[in-house]
Write a protein that binds this ligand. Structure first.
Ligand SMILES: [Zn+2]
Length: 88
């Protein structure tokens, strides 16, 4: 159980922090697994992104949001364990 509650299983962002409240499935229902940045209308916005690219991307986003580097590193360390990447 994560301290963040439901988090995106692609980028690790807490879904409660998603302005859209989550991504969407092809039929328009809300996704409870992925955020709106990663997943819209039943598709990943970046289907070919690799896990290390996602880690870098989220670290950059967090640095832009003025999170300290160690926080960004700590937060993104668990990305490879999320559902989207586990299979690889
Ligand atoms: Zn996401």
């Amino acid at each position: 159980m994560s301290i963040f509650g439901n988090q995106c299983q692609s980028c690790g962002m807490p879904l409660s922090k998603d302005p859209q409240g989550g991504g969407s499935e092809a039929n328009g229902t809300k996704s409870t697994k992925y955020c709106s940045h990663c997943y819209l209308n039943g598709k990943f916005s970046e289907p070919d992104i690799k896990v290390h690219e996602m880690v870098t991307k989220v670290q950059n986003i967090m640095c832009d949001m003025k999170f300290p580097k160690f926080m960004a590193k700590f937060f993104t360390r668990k990305i490879p364990k999320l559902d989207r990447w586990k299979a690889n």
